[in-house]
Design a protein around this ligand. Structure first.
Ligand code: HSE
Length: 433
């Protein structure tokens, strides 16, 4: 047994997650102490702005973040700042100074995770990042350990609580995105600058991290196709309901030929029969199909101070247990350079909504274009929008076809005089198509 008297912790960042971790360590002090074998002692809390008031012992606070990663008395650093700069340098310095690190930083892990985990491994340290993906939902550890004997044949995630909240309300209320986003910001669900969430970057970083765990190597984030939810209109939710689907922002990865994966982030039609279609509000979920485990889904609160604190404290207890056993860290390295396939090679169903002139032969001309591109239709809805102006709207659902063929069909449809506009298209994740 170790002679250690306490696990000495330094915080980098004290926002929603940092203060959640602080509170959890206080509220659950006895349980955490019991599980590690000695108490956790908070030694320093690094923040950017000392003038902001914080409800903690002021002597713990410092704006000298470097002093925390260079403090020889600190065993573990909790990196809860987010982003690359200065988080990357601070984590690297902490590891080089023989401190284990727990981080909630998805962008850092998606871009520099392999290098940093290798650094931890070399130093026989821990670098844990359960909180980087899915807030409080255990995902990294089960995929890394209990499921690691499986070939993951597909992984699908709702990885952004803000987007899922917005999409759920658009679905329930028929509201426009801008309206719901404003509400979400007022309620504190969405950031003042929601670009990272709404444009799919947050989902992309989380998908990259899950891909590294499931397939052993990080893909370059530029190889992951990304489309956010900002272009979605309320009409798509009405047609989704008619056709038996929900619209979700999904991160999807699957192995394809030659050791590559096809990884993508986009709003998607999901059939009501798929369990992920009923994950609503700020909840997140990861569904995967493993060759031996079959279908499995994890779900729960994917954002917010308390759920994310739960994941950080779980990781911290792991670090403490390793120290108590005088063992080396349990960092499991992953490589880089996982090759990604182009979205053009995707085989998927598609939803398409177009506006047309309400006149003879329109349908025949459109059917011809689809036929020439080997795109087969599965369902169709049609209505006259304006009888005087002779404007009609047609919605198509295709069987699975190649993305490049579908895109070529859209290019050809745009050339038809009878097609007024391509209003929307979405990929459909439906094995029945
Ligand atoms: N902004 C993220 C979300 C939470 O809305 O899910 C932090 O990863």
């Amino acid at each position: 047994m170790s002679q250690q008297k306490s696990l000495r912790v330094g915080f980098l960042g004290f926002g929603t997650v940092g203060s959640g971790v602080f509170r959890m360590l206080q509220d659950n002090y006895a349980a955490v102490t019991d599980r590690i074998g000695f108490p956790v002692e908070i030694v320093k809390i690094g923040i950017r702005d000392l003038s902001k008031s914080r409800d903690v012992d002021q002597s713990l606070l410092t704006d000298d973040l470097e002093s925390i990663v260079n403090d020889p008395s600190i065993d573990v650093v909790l990196e809860l700042i987010g982003g690359i700069d200065p988080a990357e340098k601070l984590v690297e310095t902490a590891l080089l100074n023989k401190k284990s690190v727990v981080t909630a930083n998805k962008e850092l892990m998606a871009k520099q995770g392999s290098r940093l985990v290798h650094l931890a491994k070399e130093g026989q340290l821990d670098l844990h990042f359960e909180a980087a993906v899915g807030g409080g939902i255990p995902l990294i550890q089960p995929i890394k350990h209990q499921l690691s004997g499986n070939d993951v044949l597909k992984l699908i995630g709702i990885l952004n609580g803000t987007c899922n909240y917005i999409l759920t309300r658009m679905d329930l209320e028929g509201s426009d995105l801008a309206e719901v986003l404003k509400d979400a910001q007022a309620l504190g669900f969405a950031e003042a600058d929601p670009t990272n969430d709404v444009e799919g970057f947050d989902t992309l970083y989380k998908l990259a991290v899950l891909t590294a765990i499931a397939y052993g190597k990080l893909p370059d984030v530029s190889g992951i196709y990304r489309q956010g939810i900002s272009g979605l209109k309320s009409e798509e939710f009405k047609y989704a309901e008619i056709l038996g689907y929900k619209i979700k922002l999904l991160g999807i990865v699957e192995p394809v030929a030659d050791g590559k994966v096809l990884a993508r982030v986009h709003p998607t039609f999901v059939p009501l029969s798929h369990p992920i279609s009923s994950v609503n509000g700020v909840n997140n979920a990861v569904w995967l199909h493993g060759d031996f485990v079959g279908d499995i889904m994890f779900s729960g609160k994917g954002a917010g101070g308390d759920p994310t604190a739960s994941a950080v404290v779980g990781d911290l207890i792991d670090v403490g247990r390793n120290m108590a056993a005088n063992g080396p860290g349990s960092a499991i390295p992953f490589g880089v350079g996982l090759e990604t396939e182009s979205i053009n090679e995707l085989s998927s169903g598609y939803y398409l909504r177009i506006r047309v002139n309400d006149q003879p032969k329109v349908l025949g001309e459109i059917a011809m274009v689809f036929g020439e591109q080997e795109v087969s239709l599965s369902a169709m809805e049609m209505k006259v929008l304006d009888p005087l102006a002779k404007v009609g709207e047609i919605v198509f659902l295709t069987h699975k076809c190649k993305e490049k063929n579908f895109q070529q069909a859209i290019t050809e449809l745009k050339k038809l005089a009878s097609v007024r506009s391509i209003e929307a298209f979405l990929r459909v994740e439906d094995d029945r198509l």
